[in-house]
Design a protein around this ligand. Structure first.
Ligand SMILES: [Fe+2]
Ligand SMILES: [Fe+2]
Length: 208
């Protein structure tokens, strides 16, 4: 009798894959599914944000570094591979445009956080707002039937072939940024780089 088993496996690299196993003795080559991989990234970063909420102050910077690394890699593989594959194929392209803008909004906070330390004014607030922004974005991607992933499936994208490409690129980027290697400044895709002027600093204590 053949058993069809379908599951998600966490890899040490935090990448995940979906596999189909036809019977115990004739396992097929693992197949990587793009949507499963991207969702696993979402869960990982949600978990890191949760850890940050309960972290002691001496652990905060390492956690933020990890969050920013995960988010940078995730946004890069989506923007380089997944989003372009959706372009012109999904029903609502405006959702894709919003995704690029949401990514760019998050990158502003990522850049701020990478350049500051936990005792800096507004540090925790920036992490908290970044977490909220990512929550909203993830919801838009994962929403049943109308979300970007659901639309990609509906459009019949080859999520296995895409998954292979995402995983390859993700592994290469993880290698590049491992052991705390300095992340490059996030690259925007939709923001056109207007210079902002810094006004008089707010007293964070008074603001809170
Ligand atoms: Fe995502
Ligand atoms: Fe995204």
């Amino acid at each position: 009798m053949q058993l069809a088993v379908r599951g998600v496996v966490g890899l040490s690299s935090s990448a995940s894959l979906i596999f189909n196993c036809q019977g115990a003795h004739h396992a097929e080559q693992p197949k990587h599914d793009a949507i499963a991989l991207l969702k696993a990234d979402h869960r990982k970063v949600e978990d890191l944000f949760e850890k940050f909420e309960n972290a002691r102050s001496d652990h905060k910077q390492a956690l933020v570094q990890q969050i920013c690394t995960e988010l940078c890699i995730h946004t890069m593989i989506e923007e380089e591979i997944f989003y372009p594959a959706c372009q012109g194929k999904i029903e609502h392209d405006d959702l894709l445009e919003e995704s690029y803008v949401e990514h760019d909004g998050a990158k502003v906070l990522i850049a701020e956080l990478l350049d500051s330390e936990p005792d800096a004014a507004f540090y925790d607030a920036k992490v908290s707002v970044l977490s909220e922004m990512i929550k909203h974005h993830v919801k838009e991607e994962e929403k049943r039937s109308e979300g970007l992933f659901a639309q990609a499936k509906e459009a019949g994208l080859d999520t296995e072939a895409l998954g292979e490409r995402l995983l390859d690129r993700k592994q290469a980027l993880m290698e590049e940024f491992k052991n705390g290697a300095k992340l490059p400044p996030p690259e925007t895709r939709s923001f056109t780089g207007h210079e902002l002027l810094q006004g008089a600093p707010v007293d964070a204590g008074a603001a809170g």
